[in-house]
Design a protein around this ligand. Structure first.
Ligand code: ATP
Length: 356
């Protein structure tokens, strides 16, 4: 695997105030990375720094082993092999779709430009609309044009800044998968900025969860969900809640769900107080199980239903059960814990989301 992008100890500031602090990550060629985090955490600033629109006040950004941004060296945006796709599509309204896609191809002969535009429009499945103007297209079609325009000059890296946020939920889902397929078919490397974790999970190979300008974890979607490195990532990514427990051996805890075994060793002292992350899919409805709880609320979600469950101790957890089994608020039911990945945090760490 060849590394394409390397961000090393990056610091960016506005008005003397650091908004990105010591951020490092790397992305391999052909991978789709994601910057995920709450509003204002610094995602767009990082993307703007990679594109060359925001100066770097510390650290560096390298593309194909060449530094493109540092405190002392800044390659201008138009000289960077980087394409951008914006939230509002940013198409030129007075140009046809074909002219928009061909905009960055002025170095090619007119024949080659025509061929490239046709190739790109075929790729995004819009060949029939080449002579229309942007206002004659739907939002999803305009965003596909925007992607075709960004890809046409064959940049090394595509940056996508909240590209689906103007679209409705169903279209977002479909288009994010379409765009992933298109990028993968060309082995393009890309970075997506979003605050929507479902989009990040569906599209990306690597995701960086960012809080207050600091990257908390840069990892695969699977690891972010199952192996979050801290409480913020555990709370921000996926659903779940924490139950209180006590470490009784390096791998087992005494909790309101009984004694539970982890899949990793914790080197804390026996008796240490911990919060244990319980995902809704870790809880299995099982009439023959010995652990009982009461349903206090339910949210229907199509193929599954999310139940809030109160344990005898008063602690509340969530369980996600297939919706063909309809259970009622107030029902006393029996459950099992089936967690392959048990994540615990010591009480000394600041708590952000607990069940009690
Ligand atoms: N031009 C500016 N001048 C001063 N501060 C700014 C400026 N632009 C952004 N900021 C601040 O920098 C921080 C990071 O902003 P940024 O836009 O990168 O966040 P974001 O994660 O992309 O947010 P969102 O998801 O809301 O777009 C925020 O605290 C924001 O208020």
């Amino acid at each position: 695997m060849t590394q394409l992008l390397k961000i090393d100890n990056l610091t960016c500031r506005y008005d003397e105030q650091d908004v990105i602090a010591g951020l490092s990550l790397s992305l391999n060629e052909g991978d789709i990375g994601c910057l995920l985090g709450p509003s204002g955490c610094g995602k767009s600033t990082i993307l703007r720094a990679i594109a060359g629109f925001h100066p770097v006040s510390g650290g560096s950004i390298s593309l194909q082993n060449n530094i493109i941004s540092s405190e002392t060296h800044n390659v201008v945006p138009e000289k960077r092999p980087v394409g951008m796709v914006f939230q509002d599509y940013a198409l030129f309204p007075h140009m046809t779709i074909a002219q928009n896609v061909g905009y960055g191809l002025h170095k090619l002969s007119s024949q080659k430009r025509k061929e490239k535009v046709a190739e790109m429009l075929t790729l995004v499945n819009l060949s029939d609309l080449a002579n229309r103007y942007p206002h004659e297209l739907s939002g999803g079609q305009q965003q596909r044009v925007s992607l075709a325009r960004a890809m046409a000059p064959e940049p090394s890296l595509i940056l996508l800044d909240e590209p689906f946020s103007n679209l409705d939920v169903e279209l977002r889902k479909r288009l994010s998968l379409d765009i992933r397929d298109i990028l993968k078919s060309l082995n393009m490397t890309a970075i997506l900025v979003t605050h929507d974790q479902h989009e990040a999970f569906a599209m990306c190979d690597q995701i960086g969860v960012i809080k207050d300008g600091i990257i908390q974890q840069w990892d695969t979607p699977y690891n972010l969900y199952h192996e979050p490195v801290n409480r913020f990532v555990a709370s921000f990514v996926g659903q779940g809640c924490f139950i209180k427990g006590k470490l009784i051996s390096h791998e087992s805890f005494e909790t309101d769900l009984g004694v539970i075994e982890g899949n990793r060793a914790y080197n804390w002292e026996a008796g240490s107080g911990v919060d244990i992350l319980i995902r809704p899919d870790d809880i299995v409805f099982d009439p023959s199980a010995s652990l009982s709880c009461k349903i206090i609320s339910k949210t229907f979600a199509g193929t599954s239903t999310l139940y809030r469950l109160e344990l005898k101790s008063g602690a509340v957890i969530e369980g996600l059960f297939p919706s063909h089994q309809d259970l009622y608020i107030g029902d006393q039911i029996n459950i099992n814990l089936a967690a392959d990945h048990l994540i615990a945090f010591q009480w000394s760490e600041p708590s952000s989301k607990t069940s009690q």
